[in-house]
Design a protein around this ligand. Structure first.
Ligand code: HEM
Length: 527
């Protein structure tokens, strides 16, 4: 007889009965089974052991980056054309074709460096990841809010993240480590000029832009390809914070951006973004002075206008944070017919990394989870087994035939998709080389010049505050880079650190650098 010293059921209470996962009713959820009221406890107490051991496993590894985030749902609505031009001229992707066509989406916004419970006021890039549940299967557009990135080759990703994450000994995020790395990676200047400006602390997620950052391709019905870059523009406008604004919010709320999004959706104030694309012919474009496959660059909008292709509305919060936000899994490899990869060296590395980490983080069957499975397309595979197998996706076919080809039934291949043999022919030697046209400084300098005065002031202040905590050699190299980007930026940061152009003119270019004529001119004029 169970000792019902707990509340137990009261007559007239119609709520469902608590059970364990075996379906056994729980009669006492307050007391373990013990020998006598004061213990000791017994080991065969299945109900207690199931409860506590499940609890022991409640956490899965957090994302190695972008651990803190929030997911919500909504729809994407296509415009079908811009002006008189049908979008089908550039892509055959079904979700874009008809004006008014809606596709379900799940969107996850995130910070990058902090852990799962860290402050959302951090100076940090923000993730902007969209999963489109299309009729051709899922498409993930995994971007950020700053349009560019720190590095252009995926092989450096673990290094840039290690430098940005806390020190492995002191566990403190340390400007001396961050700028030690960045000072040796001049391609990071464009991202740094953005990150240390007010844009580096978005006011919240609703007032934030998004960018695909990497260069992708669009493929039309004839197999013709174009290079594309994606942009999300918030209808709510763009708002950012200074460090002082952020400190006030952080003092009372570590999750203000998640709360803001949840509350807006709950009160029916549904945030909306317009999706725009920039399009370029699928060629090298040496005339641009930068490489269009380089994710440290933006494409000038006067030459490549951002063309609106649809809008996205978020109108539903998750029912469960763990199932839908923690376990949602995005990846750059997740494309549908009419969309393709470019040879962007970051993109190819990212494409391996996402699904690799998700097989580890969530498990090999992560795509069977409701939030990740393609809810508007049929899934039929010969993949079987593995931890947490939940469904056997035979597509209704003979369950004995989990191989292909077969005379006895099972699944067949789809019609040949022309996307396998389009795009330019590329020849080259296997090599390990940086891209020829690095042009690390020009756009960083232009970005500085385009800022309003208060943004310039804030950028300089933030850089000086952080660089003041760095070794002199790192400070000098950073001032040298900023002088190479734009005189005024270099002079002002140098001024704040007590470093003049004369102090840095003896520095040689880094061995890893390819300089433009403009870089050489600036170098000659230092001091
Ligand atoms: C998340 C790798 C560059 C945007 C992640 C995750 C990994 C990763 C391993 C965790 C995924 C998970 O646990 O589900 C990489 C690598 C990169 C790279 C190897 C470079 C080679 C970028 C860039 C962007 C970006 C350039 C922005 C355009 C994101 C976003 C997430 C993410 C938004 C969070 C997705 C979510 O909300 O679940 N990345 N990343 N990453 N990354 Fe990257």
């Amino acid at each position: 007889m169970t000792d019902v010293s707990s509340q137990g059921s009261t007559p007239g209470d119609e709520r469902p009965i608590l059970t364990n996962r075996q379906g056994h009713p729980v009669y006492d959820n307050q007391n373990q089974r013990t020998v006598g009221a004061r213990g000791p406890a017994t080991l065969e107490n299945y109900q207690f052991l199931e409860k506590i051991s499940h609890f022991d496993r409640e956490r899965i590894p957090e994302r190695v980056v972008h651990a803190r985030g929030v997911t919500s749902y909504g729809f994407f609505e296509a415009y079908g054309k811009w002006g008189d031009e049908p979008i089908s001229r550039y892509t055959r992707a079904k979700l874009f074709q008809e004006a008014g066509k809606r596709t379900d989406v799940a969107v996850r916004f995130s910070t990058v460096i902090g852990g799962r419970d860290s402050a959302e006021t951090a100076r940090d890039p923000r993730g902007f990841a969209v999963k489109f549940y299309t009729e051709d299967g899922n498409w993930d557009l995994v971007g950020n809010n700053l349009a560019v990135f720190f590095i252009r080759d995926a092989i450096k990703f673990p290094d840039v993240i290690h430098a940005l994450k806390p020190d492995p000994v002191t566990f403190r995020q340390d400007p001396n480590r961050i700028f030690d790395f960045m000072s040796q990676v001049p391609e990071s200047m464009h991202m740094l000029v953005n990150l240390f400006s007010p844009r580096g602390i978005p006011a919240d997620y609703r007032h934030m832009q998004g960018f695909g950052v990497n260069t992708y391709k669009w493929v039309n019905q004839q197999g013709r390809t174009h290079l594309v870059k994606y942009h999300w523009m918030p209808k709510q406008g763009v708002r950012s914070m200074t460090e002082d604004d952020a400190a006030v919010i952080q003092a009372r709320d570590l999750g203000h951006a998640t709360r803001d999004l949840h509350e807006a959706i709950d009160r029916g104030d549904h945030p909306e973004w317009e999706l725009l694309v920039q399009i370029m012919t699928d060629e090298e474009h040496a005339e641009l002075g930068f490489d269009p496959l380089d994710d440290t660059k933006v494409w000038p909008e006067n030459e490549f206008p951002a063309l609106p292709v649809g809008r996205m509305v978020l109108n539903r919060n998750v029912d469960n944070n763990f199932a839908e936000n923690e376990q949602i899994a995005f990846g750059t490899g997740v494309l549908v017919d009419g969309l393709d990869f470019s040879d962007d060296k970051m993109l190819v590395g990212r494409t391996f990394s996402y699904s690799d980490t998700q097989r580890y983080r969530v498990g090999p069957n992560y795509l069977q989870l409701p939030v990740n499975s393609p809810k508007n397309a049929q899934v039929a595979t010969n993949q079987r087994d593995g931890q947490m197998t939940y469904v056997i996706d035979t597509g209704g076919e003979n369950p004995h035939i989990n191989y292909e080809p077969s005379l006895r039934g099972g699944l067949r291949e789809a019609e040949f998709a022309t996307s396998d043999d389009q795009g330019p022919v590329i020849t080259g030697r296997l090599t390990r080389k940086r891209i020829p046209l690095t042009n690390d400084y020009e756009q960083a300098g232009q970005r500085y010049l385009l800022m309003e005065q208060w943004e310039k002031d804030d950028l300089v202040k933030n850089l000086v505050t952080n660089l003041s905590q760095c070794d002199r050699a790192i400070q000098e190299r950073m001032v040298w880079h900023f002088l190479m980007c734009e005189d005024e930026l270099g002079l002002r940061v140098g001024d704040g650190l007590g470093i003049s152009p004369d102090d840095v003119k003896r520095l040689e270019p880094l061995a890893s650098q390819t300089l433009t004529d403009e870089d050489r001119r600036r170098m000659a004029n230092l001091g």
